[in-house]
Design a protein around this ligand. Structure first.
Ligand code: SF4
Length: 253
């Protein structure tokens, strides 16, 4: 069973395995999943709008409403969250005013929760855009998705929207010197846990030289019936290969 979409602009704080007590900011349109990917494992189910634009742009929440909702939450939540994180019903960086939202988030964090870190969970597809790259570099933490080492896998596993290619993504990620990579591995006919993908993925990780890699597998509902979770030992093997490249990683199982 997949999980329902987030209903509000702000949700949580949730106890995140990776970020501790994290307040989520969902800048996506209500009741819609909008994403440049349509991952076979997405906890929200299949993507409703597969791409980066909405025909009806009035469906986008106004930046001022998002920031007002965030300010209200920050005034009410005690103790303050550990992280303030852009995430939500799809790819958060697709909001047309994402750079403005980042500036607003940092301003509100400084006012109401100076100890909290700012973060984004992104699928990396917008990182090649200069304005997005510049904005995400202002955040304290960037957790960027990379499940695939080649375009074949990107199309089959993440179902990337037209015009998205791995080369652009990898060169943008190389440009972020303290990037954290998140990679979800699953087995099965539609999975990415194959010798050839892992070999290519390791090559891309070596190119990117991330601060660290977060390794995990399926632990919630997912829409495809052609995948299954890999074992902890499988993830440990990948971790071992990363160690040989001097890349730090952490398994979340
Ligand atoms: S990138 Fe994230 S939100 Fe988009 S389809 Fe994949 S898992 Fe779902």
């Amino acid at each position: 069973m997949t999980i329902p979409l987030k209903q509000g602009l702000i949700y949580g704080p949730v106890n995140s395995r990776r970020l501790g007590r994290s307040l989520g900011i969902n800048p996506l349109p209500r009741k819609l999943k909008l994403c440049t990917f349509n991952c076979v494992y997405c906890q929200y189910g299949w993507t409703h709008i597969h791409g980066d634009t909405l025909e009806d742009s009035t469906l986008w929440p106004e930046s001022s409403d998002i920031l007002k909702a965030l300010e209200t939450a920050l005034k009410e939540i005690v103790p303050a969250p550990d992280y303030l994180t852009f995430s939500g019903n799809g790819e958060p960086t697709l909001h047309p005013n994402f750079p403005e939202l980042v500036d607003g988030l940092i301003h509100l964090r400084n006012l109401y929760a100076p100890q909290a870190k700012t973060a984004v969970l992104s699928n990396s597809t917008t990182a090649p855009r200069y304005s997005i790259l510049k904005a995400i570099k202002k955040l304290d933490v960037r957790i960027m998705k990379l499940d695939c080492g080649n375009d074949r896998c990107l199309r089959k596993y993440n179902h990337s929207a037209k015009g998205i290619g791995l080369e652009d993504i990898v060169s943008a990620l190389k440009n972020i010197k303290d990037v954290t990579i998140q990679s979800l591995f699953s087995g099965g006919e539609a999975g990415n846990y194959t010798d050839s993908n892992i070999k290519d993925w390791l090559t891309q990780i070596r190119n990117i030289q991330p601060l660290m890699v977060q390794l995990y597998t399926l632990d919630r509902g997912y829409p495809s019936d052609k995948i299954f979770p890999v074992s902890k030992e499988n993830l440990a093997e990948i971790k071992h290969k990363l160690e040989q490249l001097n890349v730090v990683s952490q398994i979340y199982f």
